[in-house]
Design a protein around this ligand. Structure first.
Ligand SMILES: Nc1ncnc2c1ncn2[C@@H]1O[C@H](COP(=O)(O)OP(=O)(O)OP(=O)(O)O)[C@@H](O)[C@H]1O
Length: 302
C-alpha cells in the first residue's frame, strides 16, 4: 500500500522543552491511523507538524510525498483538518461556514454548491444548515467541522480528538461517518485519548507518552503482545495472591485489584473460586487502556 505520511526521528521543541521526541511512524493510503495518549503526550503537536502549521525542529517528515517546510500550500490543499477546538465562525450559519471554506480553497461555485449539499446530508445537518453556529449543540458543531474538512475533497483527513466532550450518541454518529469516509478510500489520521475510539476506528496506532512513541501496531496486536486477550480482575486479598503465586501465574497489582492476564478465563475463574472460596472476581476483554497502564503504570485519563 502506498505510504502517504512518513515521519522519522521527528522532533518539536519549544525553547528547551521537547514536546515531541524521536517519533517514527508511517501512514498508508486508505488506512485509519491513530495517536493514542494522555493529555500532554505530544499528539496535537505531532498533528500540527503534519498539517503544516508548526515547523518541525528536527527529523524527517513527508506528507503525500512532499516536505511540509517547502510545500505547505500544496499539502494543505490535499488535507482536511478537524482541529481540537471548534473554530467555526459563530456568527455565520453552517451552510455559510462551508461556503466560506469552499471559496478559500477555490472550489468552483457549482461544484461547491453540489458538494456542500451532499456534505450537509452526509453529516445529517440539512435541516439545521441555516441556523447560526452559536445556536447549535456541541455534537452538531462537530459534524459541521467534519463537513467543512471535506469541502476541498481531501485525500487525508486529520482529526484532533474528533469526539472529545460529545455524548455517546453524538460520538457514535461521528464514528459511523468516519468509517464511511474510510470506506470511500480516504486516509484518516486521528488523535484521541479514548481507548474505545482508538480500538474501534484505527487499523494501526501509536501509543504516545511524554512526547515519545511507546508502541505501534494494530489494536489487537498491541493487546496480544503486551498482555493477551483476556484479563481477570479480582480483589487483591492474600488468599488470591498466594493462590496465583502457587500456580506461578503472573499478575499486576493496581490499587486494590489484581489483574491477571489469561487465555483461559473460565479455567482461571474456577481455579480461584475453588481455592480461595468466596471472592469477588470478573473477567473481561483486555483494552488499550490496560496496555497503556501496563506500559506506563498510569491510566490514560487520570
Ligand atoms: N506552543 C507551545 N509552547 C510551549 N509548549 C507547548 C506548546 N504547545 C504544546 N506545548 C507543550 O507540549 C506538550 C505536548 O502538548 P500537546 O498539545 O501536543 O499534547 P496532546 O497529546 O495533544 O495533549 P491533549 O490530549 O491535552 O491535547 C505539552 O506539555 C504542552 O504543554
Amino acid at each position: 500500500m502506498r505510504e502517504v505520511i512518513r515521519a522519522e526521528n521527528l522532533e518539536k521543541r519549544f525553547d528547551d522543552f521537547v514536546a515531541v521526541k524521536e517519533v517514527d511512524f508511517s501512514v498508508a493510503e486508505g488506512e485509519a491511523f491513530g495517536f493514542l495518549g494522555p493529555n500532554g503526550a505530544g499528539k496535537t503537536t505531532t498533528m500540527r507538524m503534519v498539517q503544516c502549521v508548526s515547523p518541525r525542529s528536527a527529523g524527517y517528515l513527508e506528507v503525500l510525498g512532499m516536505d511540509p517546510t517547502t510545500h505547505a500550500r500544496e499539502i494543505k490543499a490535499l488535507l482536511g483538518v478537524v482541529p481540537q477546538e471548534d473554530n467555526l465562525d459563530p456568527e455565520l450559519t453552517g451552510y455559510e461556514n462551508l461556503r466560506t471554506y469552499a471559496r478559500y480553497f477555490g472550489v468552483a461555485k457549482d461544484v461547491a454548491e453540489e458538494r456542500i449539499a451532499r456534505l450537509l446530508a452526509f453529516v445529517e445537518m440539512e435541516k439545521k444548515k441555516d441556523v447560526i453556529i452559536e445556536h447549535l449543540s456541541g455534537g452538531m458543531k462537530r459534524r459541521l467541522v467534519l463537513a467543512r474538512a471535506l469541502v476541498n475533497d481531501p485525500r487525508i483527513l486529520v482529526l484532533d480528538e474528533p469526539t472529545t466532550g460529545l455524548d455517546p450518541q453524538a460520538r457514535h454518529l461521528i464514528w459511523d461517518q468516519l468509517q464511511g469516509l474510510q470506506a470511500e478510500g480516504r486516509t484518516i489520521v486521528l488523535t484521541t485519548h479514548y481507548m474505545e475510539e482508538a480500538e474501534r476506528l484505527c487499523d494501526r496506532l501509536v501509543i504516545m507518552d511524554h512526547g515519545g512513541v511507546l508502541v505501534e501496531g494494530s489494536p489487537a496486536d498491541l493487546i496480544d503482545q503486551t498482555i493477551g486477550r483476556h484479563l481477570l480482575e479480582a480483589e487483591a486479598v492474600p488468599a488470591v495472591l498466594s493462590c496465583l503465586d502457587r500456580h506461578g501465574v503472573e499478575y499486576d497489582l493496581v490499587g486494590r485489584l489484581v489483574l491477571v492476564p489469561t487465555d483461559d478465563p473460565a479455567r482461571m475463574t474456577s481455579t480461584l473460586l475453588q481455592e480461595c472460596g468466596s471472592i469477588r472476581l470478573a473477567t473481561r476483554p483486555t483494552t488499550l487502556e490496560d496496555v497503556f497502564l501496563k506500559l506506563t503504570g498510569r491510566r490514560l485519563r487520570e
